[in-house]
Design a protein around this ligand. Structure first.
Ligand SMILES: C[S@@+](CC[C@H](N)C(=O)[O-])C[C@H]1O[C@@H](n2cnc3c(N)ncnc32)[C@H](O)[C@@H]1O
Length: 205
């Protein structure tokens, strides 16, 4: 139940995009994840199908990405899954919490780790052809900004499968306003994923 409510809150922040709400959730995350790297790793291990939506979304990609960013990586779970599927890619992962990043360092040997707020990613426009975010607040505009034209954004939520359809539908429509007109959402297992490709000029023509 708590995981469902947390996913609900994360998806709502994607829609409201209010600096104040984002500040509150960021402060809550700072407190919640200040010292929880090891605890969170146990939570992942105990949660059935934790990465099922993410894995299904990654399998739906039509091509191998070369530059991957995992935003709000926590202990590095999503980056680890992506790197196991695309071992040739260069990968980056970021998070606010240094405790989570310490746990990620153990799990991710070939990934550059960066401590930052996901609302202000320290990357140039279009730097990645795959941007992942799982079980965290998604700053949609910023995720779209760092995605290359023709690149992909995946949002995965492990427990959001029972949320009403209007919520992921609205997120999909919001992604379209940032240039991901092909975005779609799929329920899978206990969760859901949203997958979108950033338009290239020919798409718009
Ligand atoms: C529930 S954990 C999920 C971690 C990981 N993505 C996974 O699926 O296992 C949420 C993570 O989001 C991070 N986070 C929350 N708000 C953030 C923000 N504004 N910027 C960067 N990281 C943030 C937290 O520090 C925490 O590590």
């Amino acid at each position: 139940m708590l995981a469902l409510l947390t996913d609900l809150a994360y998806l709502m922040t994607a829609l409201w995009e209010s600096a104040r709400l984002r500040g509150v959730i960021r402060r809550w995350s700072e407190l919640r994840y200040r010292t929880s790297g090891g605890i969170y790793a146990n939570h992942i291990a105990r949660t059935k199908d934790y990465g099922a939506p993410l894995r299904e979304a990654l399998r739906a990609l039509p091509a191998h990405p070369h530059r991957i960013l995992d935003v709000s990586t926590g202990t590095g779970y999503a980056a680890q899954v992506a790197m196991s599927m695309f071992p040739e890619a260069r990968s980056y992962a970021c998070d606010l919490s240094t405790s989570m990043l310490s746990a990620a360092r153990v799990n991710l040997s070939r990934t550059a780790l960066i401590c930052c707020d996901s609302a202000h990613l320290p990357f140039r426009n279009g730097a990645f052809d795959l941007v992942l975010l799982q079980n965290a607040p998604p700053p949609l505009r910023e995720l779209a900004r760092v995605t290359a034209p023709g690149g992909w954004v995946i949002l995965g939520f492990s427990a959001a499968g029972r949320l009403p359809a209007w919520l992921p539908e609205k997120v999909v429509r919001r992604l379209a306003t940032y240039g991901l007109h092909s975005a779609r959402w799929i329920r899978t297992g206990r969760g859901l994923y949203i997958l979108g490709r950033l338009d290239v000029l020919e798409d718009a023509a």
